[in-house]
Every structure is written in C-alpha cells, then in structure tokens.
Design a protein around this ligand. Structure first.
Ligand code: FES
Ligand code: MG
Length: 571
C-alpha cells in the first residue's frame, strides 16, 4: 500500500498533526488514525428524504465492515434530496449536492468513500462527486421498499399514483378510494418499488461496476442488504489498499454496459441525463447518440412497472440485475472492470432466472428492441428522447396539431377547460421547463391529458416538452428537447395550430413550418415571461451555468475531474 492520503494530516509529531489527531480521538484509539485507511461514509440519510431515512442503519453495517478490514469508518452526512418533498424540483440541487460532497471529500482526511444513496438524485450526485475527486469509491444503494397492496392488488410507487389520479379525473374511481389507497402505497422503508429513477440508478451503479455485484435491487428491509453493506465496507478498505479509483472502473466500456442494462431493464429516461453528467465528470467521451446506438437493439427483458407489471421485490426474487445481464452477456464489454477488480461479466456465472414472468429469457423478450430513442429534427436540433417501451405503439408515428402551453401553470389553468380546442389527435407541447427555463428541469413532461379527451376513454396522447418525466411515469412522451425553449431552442417558436410530426422509427421530431418562417418568429411573449429570472442565490448560479440536457445538465464549471490533491494547512 502506498502512503495514505490521510497521513498528510495524521503522521508526524508537529503541532498540526497533534491538532488533527487530538480532536478526532473522542474514544477512538490513537491507532485508528495512523496507518489505517480512513473511509468516509457519504450518507444521504435524512428524515426529509424518506426513501433514505433508513441509511443510518445501513451505515452501521458498512462501519463494521470497514473496522473488520482494518480501516477507520467516518460518517459524513451529505446534502440529501427527497424527490417527493423539495420544491420546485430535486433536480435543481443535484449539482449542488455533487459539488458539496466533492468539496468535503477533498477537504477532509479521507482515503476512500462508501456512497450511501437511494432516492432519485442521491446516487447520481454521489457518483458525480466521487468521479470529480477520484478517490476510491463504492456505492451502497439503499434498496426499494416492499410491495404495498390496496384492495388485493399490488401498488406501484408513483406509477399507480399517476394511474389512480387519472381514474379519479376520468370519473371511474371515487376520490375516497383514491385517498384510502394512500396509506397502502408506502409499505416499508426504501425507495420507490417501480423501475423508476431510484431503482434504475441503483442498477446503473451496479452495471457501471461501482457496487458490490448483486446488491442492486435488494429491498431496503431485507437483511441481506445489511450483509452486503458490511461486505462493501470491507471492499472499500481493499479499494484504498489497491488504489482502485473511479477513473479505473468508470470507463467508456462501463458506460456502454450501463446503457445495455438500461435498455434490458426498461429503465428511466432520467438515467440518460445522469449518466451523461457522471461521464462528463470523468472526461469519458459519452454522447446522447450512444444511448440509441448501443441501447436500441437490446431486448427488453424485465416486466416491471411503469412499462410492465411487476415491482422491484419481484425482480430481486426472480434473480435480480445479474440474471438480466447474464441474458445479454454477449452485448456487454468483457473488459469493463468493477470495484471488485474483476470484469462485470465475471460476476454473471452463477446468476439464474427464477421466475420467467418477471425476467424474460433472451429468446422470449417483452420487446425485441427497447432502450431510449434519440430524436432529432427542426424541433430538437440537439436531440430529444423517448422511451418507446412506455409509449403507445400506434402513436410512435404521428402527425398532429400542436396545442402549446407556456408553463406548467398555463397547462393546469387551461387543460380541463371546455373551451380548449383539443382532441386525442393533437400534440401537447409544454415549454419553459428545461434546466434554465424552470429552473431545474422538473418531471412534468408526462402532462395529464385534457379532461375532454380522458372522458372519451383515451389514456395516451403525444406530448413534447423540454422537461423530464418521473421514471415511474409512462406514455408517448418526448422529453429533454434540446436546446430548451429558454435557451433559444425552436420549441419556443412553435404556435398552437402548427402541425408536428413525430417519427420514432425514423428518429425524427419536426414541426411543419418552413425554416424562414420559423426564423422570423420570436419566442411567444407569454412564454418568455414564464422563463425563470432568479435575482440571486443558487438559482442564479444554476441558470447562468447549467448545460443543456444533451450534456447531462451539469454546471459548466463542474464538468471534469479535479482530483484529490491535499490542500495547504488550516493553522
Ligand atoms: Fe424517492 Fe421515488 S420518491 S425514490
Ligand atoms: Mg422522480
């Protein structure tokens, strides 16, 4: 083992090393600080991030593992984001959380880090931080909650909220029944149990090689999670001893493996933005088109909500991510390493499918080609994405009249009006919801359908926006349109009545307006008025520096790795 980074704080007998040691002792033996790898546990436990509130218990198991392997564990609470609680959207602070964690890892006497995440933005922000500081790092995903039931049927977090609330609006479910389901939705500790963003990003962390293989999807209350957390603590010490860093593990090959996994599991569109941002921190050359090129030929094997039927507990019971990856092993890069020091494909030998209704064998996929389709055209010069598996097949090629909304508020004010000139053949357009415009790129792209369309029994329409959508949502929804309207994208120039052509097989998204006419149009005044104009604080910094969705919506000055050089003394 090379000299530890932490030795620059603790070794020696001068005044400064005295200060660094003395304040840390508090019951620790002096030997805890000298010569033992100092492992931070970057912990997103928070009562206001309910999906992560159990992580202190997980941290205790990680700590035991670190002690057992000869390291010293150090709990490091970091900025945590609770998807359901914070307004206007948790995404506004993903980069702040990443920046704060990166800075605290670099500033402290730390040799390596265990990253405890769960709820949507937490694993992405932790991986971005670890990538930028490039100290040995390993993720423990907090795990999904157990399946709740209502009136005998399983409830999928998020997905069934969207479904049941539309049933209420359509008049097919009494409001009392909807409220009654509320107490059944969240059965246990853990994050959303659908293949939403949290479950997706846990699988992405594992497919990238950043976790103990086999851990992703272990339910939060499952005792095996604590066992794996203990094992991860041990592994973190080994990572320091071997000097195995994120830059060794998170290579372009790993990202391509993650894209294969994303398609096979039918994962969230949000993974596109997060993976691009993490890759940007490492200087890995990954672009939006890699998702289509690598992912769209991959079969969809996992039958989970929101695209399918089952929930995360079922996926775990059926064999988990490794069983899925074993089926698509030939599509994985055999050289991509994991934190174990062995390639990902080496960990697939013993994986088996135990329930083929949840994980389909390669020969009988749910869809032969899944993944995320990347669209371009005069409406999305820098790209837009759609998840065909969550869309209605008959709408994947569609020409329809635009009905434009300038903001979420405008949408809610007019959507159910009997005067709104709309039918199911129209294309709903929502703008001002990109990274800069909102700000923070909220999950509003899966717009509700107009009441008069719902009343006809219609449950899907083509919807286009510069927003994201919840990983638990579904529909023929085009997202992440870049550039966004507030950054001068053509989405800001569309008018109600324009004809829009969506052609997913042809990968096109166009508005039937001649280029010269589009060029003469300015952004609608109502639209410009709705774009965010923060006067100060984080929002100002964010709007001034955030990049577009096709670059991962990171801040321009946070892209790249800044390493872990030890700074000057504080005294
Ligand atoms: Fe936390 Fe869904 S709200 S994972
Ligand atoms: Mg979400």
């Amino acid at each position: 083992m090379n000299e530890l980074r932490s030795a620059q704080w603790y070794s020696g007998d001068d005044r400064n090393s005295y200060i660094h040691r003395a304040w840390m002792r508090r019951g620790l033996p002096g030997s805890a600080l000298g010569g033992r790898p100092q492992i931070a546990i970057a912990n997103t436990a928070s009562d206001l991030t309910p999906c992560n509130s159990h992580l202190n218990e997980v941290a205790a198991s990680v700590k035991d593992g670190i002690w057992a392997a000869g390291g010293t564990p150090l709990n490091l609470p970091v900025l945590s984001l609770g998807e359901t609680q914070v307004r206007p959207t948790a995404m506004l602070w993903r980069n702040l959380a990443a920046m704060a964690t990166e800075e605290m890892l670099r500033a402290n006497p730390i040799d390596g880090v265990v990253l405890l995440g769960g709820c949507d933005k937490t694993i992405p922000s932790l991986l971005m931080a670890a990538a930028s500081v490039d100290l040995p790092a390993v993720v423990v995903p907090g795990g999904p909650m157990l399946t709740g039931h209502f009136r005998g049927a399983p409830l999928g977090c998020g997905t069934d909220v969207w479904r049941l609330s539309e049933e209420v609006r359509a008049g097919t479910l009494p409001p009392e029944a909807f409220l009654e389901s509320e107490s059944s939705m969240i059965r246990s500790r853990g994050h959303c149990n659908t293949m939403g963003t949290a479950s997706t990003m846990a699988c992405m962390a594992e497919a990238l090689g950043a976790t103990l293989p086999g851990i992703a999807g272990t339910p939060a209350p499952d005792s095996r999670l604590l066992e794996q957390a203990h094992e991860t603590g041990r592994l973190a010490v080994e990572l320091v001893e071997r000097d195995r860093r994120p830059s060794d593990v998170l290579t372009r090959s790993s990202f391509l493996n993650a894209i294969v996994a994303l398609a096979a599991i039918g994962g969230s569109t949000n993974a596109v933005v997060h993976l691009l941002a993490i890759a940007g921190r490492l200087g890995v050359d990954l672009g939006l088109d890699d998702f289509d090129r690598t992912g769209s030929g991959v079969p969809l094997l996992v039958d989970l909500q929101p695209s399918g039927r089952h929930l995360m507990d079922d996926l775990h019971r059926a064999g988990g991510l490794l069983a899925v990856l074993r089926e698509v092993r030939d599509l994985l890069d055999p050289d991509a390493l994991t934190v174990t020091g062995r390639p990902l494909v080496d960990h697939l030998e013993d994986a088996r499918i135990w329930d083929e209704t949840v994980i389909r064998p390669r020969g009988a996929p749910l869809r032969p080609d899944a993944g995320i389709a990347v669209l371009r055209g005069n409406l999305a010069p820098d790209g837009a994405v759609i998840k065909p598996a969550a869309a209605s097949p008959e709408l994947l090629r569609h020409r329809g009249r635009a009905v434009v909304f300038d903001s979420v508020e405008d949408l809610h004010a007019r959507l159910d009006s009997p005067d709104l000139d709309v039918d199911e053949t129209c294309v709903l357009v929502l703008r001002g919801c990109g990274p800069k415009g909102y700000p923070g790129m909220p999950e509003v792209g899966n717009m509700p359908l107009p009441a008069k369309v719902l009343a006809k029994g219609v449950r899907d329409m083509v919807r286009i926006s510069d927003a994201r959508m919840s990983g638990t949502a579904y529909g023929t929804v085009v997202l992440h349109t870049a550039p966004e309207a507030a950054a001068g994208g053509p989405l800001g120039l569309v008018r109600t009545g324009d004809m829009i052509i969506l052609d997913v097989p042809g990968r096109r998204l166009d508005v039937e307006v001649p280029a010269d006419e589009l060029g003469r149009r300015g952004d609608a005044e109502a639209s410009k008025a709705a774009y965010a104009a923060p006067v100060g604080g984080w929002e100002r910094l964010y709007v001034d520096h955030v990049q577009q969705a096709d670059r991962g919506a990171d801040l321009d000055f946070l892209v790249g790795s800044r390493g872990h050089q030890v700074s000057r003394e504080s005294h």
